[in-house]
Design a protein around this ligand. Structure first.
Ligand code: ZN
Length: 212
């Protein structure tokens, strides 16, 4: 989960965000099973108004696992961090700091769950090293064993909810690192799992007795 800086709130959310969130809350009050929709302004949905700035925030990568690219694979690339289906979070449905560019795999893993300890990649005090470590022999991502217990607990819940350390994730990270090391195309933003590649650059798989 790479550190991010959130761009300024899009003007359209400034103008309509609170009203849209209220509209969503009213709709759900009348019909608790009503499906979510991105309301429109000036001929475009709120989703399409927000996407450019959210993608800019992550350079087009998933905000949580750093997968790249997402565009063609993801039908709904915006994650509501605080779930929009929960009445206590209806007011955040169109809140700028509640929206993240996010892959289907991370969204599918987290679903509509919530935990107050989840980490935000754009929090001012967030850094990967504070909370997490990688194991380059396996692709594993785990809580930093040197972190204070409260930070370790936050890292663990974030890994679990977004599915950041499944066997598939480990394989994807390891494969990407091997390709990165062999490639001449070394523009980091064009690759998935940038933190893993960045810090794992000097790691030599041939020195290990691990097969992928
Ligand atoms: Zn993801």
């Amino acid at each position: 989960m790479r550190k991010q800086t959130r761009p300024p709130k899009p003007e359209i959310l400034e103008q309509h965000g609170e009203r849209w969130s209220r509209q969503w809350a009213e709709l759900r009050a009348k019909n608790p099973s009503a499906g979510f929709q991105w309301y429109q302004a000036e001929g475009q949905t709120a989703r399409d108004w927000c996407l450019p700035a959210l993608k800019e925030m992550t350079q087009g990568h998933c905000a949580f696992c750093d997968a790249f690219p997402l565009e063609d694979r993801s039908k709904e690339p915006i994650e509501h961090f605080k779930p929009k289906s929960e009445p206590r979070f209806y007011a955040d449905a169109f809140a700028w700091d509640n929206l993240y560019y996010c892959c289907e795999r991370c969204q599918g893993s987290k679903g509509e769950r919530w935990d107050d300890n989840l980490l935000r990649p754009d929090a001012a005090d967030y850094s990967f090293e504070r909370y997490f470590v990688f194991d380059y022999t396996t692709g594993e991502m785990k809580a930093n064993p040197c972190a204070i217990p409260a930070d370790q607990a936050r890292a663990e819940i974030t890994i679990r909810m977004y599915g950041l350390d499944t066997p598939q994730r480990r394989r994807c990270r390891s494969l990407e690192l091997r390709q990165w090391q062999r490639s001449d195309e070394r523009v980091l933003d064009d690759w998935a799992y940038r933190d893993f590649l960045d810090a794992g650059d000097d790691w030599k798989p041939e020195q290990q007795s691990v097969t992928f």
